[in-house]
Design a protein around this ligand. Structure first.
Ligand code: KIV
Length: 290
């Protein structure tokens, strides 16, 4: 990996950071896009637990504690019921479990839309309680003043444009965005607005490929695609989706594994061995010393 790591922002950790690993910083992520181009695309995956963070850390530039944890971890129907407490608890676990990826924590629905001041209160709590380096929030032009307020006060913001899941009720579903001229223009205007407001990077989710390419070319900050284009400056996926944890996933997900099958097979073997009393066996038992 070509990244330079210079700062460790964790607040608490059971074990010290192994040298020479240092955490990737926000300016280092920004520098990966130089004169409008990103030589080596940025790699981002979601993580919600310390152990997952440990496993992904060496392979990623950024770990996203996404509010998708609402569906993935808590079985909620959407991201809307996700709370600040959930994001803080999972964010802290991911920071503890990682050493060099830059950790970004999602701001949950209702924690930032009211005013820049409300957003500052929520974001500063997330950063103080988790040790993450940046927050992510959904919205384009309508969030520009909030992004500017946070950025000017030391809170790095990753924006999220295109398909914004917290707006599922207003959008009428999770379909790709940009099929009408109006939507197309809005996505481009959103990208410019959040970049001008000071977002250090942005996620472009579920947008038609030509629009994703235009967005990537039109802003100086890295554009991280999901259901967008391989020409973006980086990619993000929900880890459980790419591991094959769920039966149904969006079209843009590529499954790199079929972990649900492995889990079911392991559970089946365990249940059989418990029922026929072959588990625990001699290797798992303690006997008096002879
Ligand atoms: O919540 C999340 O996991 C996200 C990604 C899908 C970008 O926002």
């Amino acid at each position: 990996m070509s990244t330079t790591f210079t700062l460790d922002t964790s607040t608490s950790r059971a074990n010290p950071t192994p040298k020479p690993l240092k955490r990737l910083t926000v300016p280092a992520v920004q520098r990966r896009k130089f004169e409008g181009k990103t030589e080596e695309p940025l790699v981002m995956l979601t993580a919600y637990t310390a152990r997952t963070a440990q496993l992904l850390d060496a392979h990623c530039d950024m770990l996203l504690v996404g509010d998708s944890l609402g569906q993935v971890i808590y079985g909620l129907p959407s991201t809307l019921p996700v709370t600040l407490d959930m994001m803080c608890n999972h964010g802290a676990a991911v920071v503890r479990g990682s050493y060099h990826s830059l950790v970004v924590v999602d701001m949950p629905f209702g924690s930032y839309e009211k005013s820049p001041e409300q957003a500052f209160e929520s974001a500063s709590r997330i950063m103080a309680e988790t040790g993450c380096a940046a927050v992510k929030l959904e919205g384009g032009q309508s969030m520009a003043s909030t992004i500017s307020f946070l950025s000017q006060r030391g809170i790095p913001v990753m924006a999220h444009i295109g398909l914004t899941p917290q707006a599922v009720n207003a959008l009428g579903g999770y379909a790709a965005r940009g099929r009408t001229q109006e939507e197309h223009e809005k996505i481009l205007a959103d990208a410019t607005a959040v970049a001008d407001a000071g977002a250090f990077a942005m996620v472009a989710e579920g947008v038609l490929e030509p629009i994703a390419i235009s967005v990537t070319k039109s802003v100086d900050v890295p554009v991280i695609g999901i259901g967008a284009s391989a020409q973006c400056d980086g990619q993000v996926l929900v880890t459980e989706d790419m591991l094959g944890m769920f039966e149904r996933t969006a079209r843009f997900v590529k499954r790199y594994h079929n972990i649900s099958e492995n889990i079911e097979q392991a559970a089946e073997s365990y249940a059989e061995e418990v029922r026929n009393r072959s588990f625990p066996g001699p290797d798992q038992l303690y006997q008096p010393k002879k």
